[in-house]
Design a protein around this ligand. Structure first.
Ligand SMILES: [Zn+2]
Length: 105
């Protein structure tokens, strides 16, 4: 199979819409041809990402959802928790690479 033919099959392959004969031919080509193999890998990764369910917050608990995201953002900061310490000046936090401060601006 030529690259151009393989390219046409990649989408169908990812959707599981190709016959086992075609699948074998295409997969064999991926082993021989790095470019098509990489294209397939990239598309597969994108596909996987798109298939992931996105958590939809319950509208009644939206405030909880937002506060939770806010809390996680704060925890992920280099100076996690320290911003509540009055001894930590804004400059100190900036030195520690505080992304929380940036996000608030
Ligand atoms: Zn190829």
């Amino acid at each position: 199979m030529k690259c151009i033919e393989v390219e046409k099959q990649i989408d169908s392959l990812l959707d599981g819409e190709v016959s086992s004969v075609i699948r074998e031919e295409v997969e064999h080509h991926f082993k021989e041809c790095r470019i098509c193999g990489q294209t397939h890998e990239k598309l597969r990764a994108v596909n996987e990402l798109l298939m992931k369910p996105i958590p939809v917050p319950d509208p009644k608990r939206l405030d909880e959802f937002v506060m939770d995201a806010f809390y996680r953002l704060r925890q992920s900061c280099n100076c996690a928790g320290k911003q509540n310490n009055p001894k930590n000046s804004r400059r100190d936090r900036k030195k520690a690479g505080c992304s929380f401060d940036d996000a608030r601006r």
